[in-house]
Unconditional design. Structure first.
Length: 449
């Protein structure tokens, strides 16, 4: 056996006949220790050396996200604001080096990296300012990094780290109503642009707490992703339940409807799976739901081009929960699609290129800025509708194939359920943590857990 192997079990159920480990167990390995012996010696040695480096780069980046606001605030006090980009810059360098070193990588890593490079050049040619496309590439770096380190480290390698990150995120959020954080509501100027340190805002008079992160929805995503990983990795059921309930309470404090909806969805998934002992039928039902969510992700935004929904939310409580979704129906999705008509309808086929929608527009195209707020819309405007549909269909096919062949309690399907459900109301790609998780999951479509 190569590498150091540490096995942790999600369940205490008995072994299947002829099986070497419990059904649904999660194997936690040291970075690089899962690499197959069948690889050429030089390739295997390279992967073993790169594994720990990739792990520590990812860990540094994750801590920078969890402690984003104090990190930014501290640097602003000593006039070193530009250093906030160091963690992501290291990921960018790592992606370039991994591409050049060509370690064993998943088909997803090659496909999505190839598309990113292709549409980077297309954006540089198509958009008014080539730097807008470069910024668009900068946005997708966490996704690409997750894809490329998938052959070097697995999500299970981070379980111990996730415990610390979950506790720190939770404490930062729970103390927010009690302590006036000095970074709350602050901003700083970098290269002539105003950059948030921490967003202080409210919804219908209810404070949206962010804790140590830049915005409440970032905190909600962190609690959900870390909590989900802990539910999979922890052994004691009462501890799993406690972690998941604390995650739900924290998400509720942020008033982020998308992550809270995903938390409720995954609650049903975990509870039902435990009761039914992860029967194959249970997984099949959730794969059908996964497919339905992807259909909604595509069809509903497209329908806004022809249907004027005008929800007309009158009651205060209904308005609180659904006002932002009404905004997406009324203007965000149809207006984002109309970016494809700027300078010619051919953009429907070829997209605008990286940077053609979302964060890059804030700096280079503010008059046409739209966040897309939907994964399919974001992909369509960036890559064209045909490529977007192809990627959604490919994602569904791969998720089905993987989920029916591997341990159903493991983290893969829950990650994809979260990405799909949350991707209905946000673009996912610009959420660094979610993009990194998705990249790790997608890169294991063939290489295993």
């Amino acid at each position: 056996m190569h590498g150091l192997l540490v096995t942790r079990h999600c369940t205490l159920r008995s072994l299947k006949k002829g099986s070497k480990r419990p059904v649904g167990s999660v194997t936690v390995l040291e970075p690089g220790s899962h690499i197959k012996d069948g690889l050429p010696p030089d390739v295997r040695l390279l992967q073993l050396r790169l594994g720990p480096i990739a792990y520590w780069l990812a860990a540094f980046f994750l801590w920078s996200l969890v402690l984003d606001s104090p990190f930014r605030y501290g640097l602003s006090l000593v006039n070193l604001e530009v250093l906030i980009y160091v963690p992501k810059l290291l990921l960018c360098v790592a992606v370039a080096l991994l591409f050049l070193l060509r370690p064993q990588a998943s088909p997803a890593a090659w496909l999505l990296s190839g598309l990113a490079v292709l549409y980077l050049f297309w954006g540089m040619l198509n958009l008014d300012n080539p730097l807008q496309a470069v910024f668009g590439f900068w946005v997708v770096v966490p996704l690409l990094f997750g894809l490329w380190i998938g052959s070097l480290v697995q999500l299970s390698h981070f379980y111990r780290l996730f415990r610390a990150l979950f506790v720190v995120t939770l404490l930062g959020l729970f103390f927010d109503p009690l302590i006036a954080y000095p970074w709350s509501g602050q901003s700083m100027t970098i290269f002539g642009s105003s950059v948030e340190i921490s967003r202080q805002w409210s919804a219908f008079g209810i404070e949206r707490y962010a804790g140590f992160t830049r915005a409440s929805f970032n905190t909600a995503s962190q609690l959900l992703m870390f909590g989900m990983a802990l539910v999979v990795s922890l052994e004691r059921r009462w501890l799993k339940a406690l972690v998941w309930l604390l995650a739900g309470a924290g998400i509720a404090m942020t008033t982020s409807k998308g992550p809270f909806g995903a938390w409720m969805l995954l609650s049903v998934y975990f509870i039902g799976g435990a009761i039914l002992h992860w029967a194959r039928l249970w997984v099949q039902l959730w794969l059908i739901l996964f497919g339905f969510i992807l259909i909604v992700m595509v069809v509903v935004p497209l329908s806004t081009l022809w249907i004027n929904y005008d929800p007309g939310l009158q009651r205060a409580e209904t308005n609180f929960f659904l006002a932002s979704f009404g905004d997406r129906l009324n203007w965000m999705w149809p207006d984002s699609f109309r970016l494809l008509t700027l300078d010619g309808n051919y953009h429907w086929w070829f997209g605008r290129g990286l940077g053609g929608v979302g964060a890059a527009q804030k700096h280079f195209e503010p008059d046409h800025y739209f966040a897309a707020d939907n994964l399919f819309v974001y992909l369509s405007v960036s890559l064209g509708t045909l490529v977007a549909i192809f990627l959604i269909v490919a994602l569904f096919v791969k998720v089905v194939l993987v989920s029916l062949q591997r341990d159903r309690e493991a983290w893969f399907l829950p990650v994809m359920l979260f990405v799909s459900s949350y991707g209905v109301v946000t673009n996912i790609v610009e959420s660094s943590l979610v993009a990194l998780f998705f990249g790790l999951a997608a890169s294991h479509l063939k290489n295993g857990y």
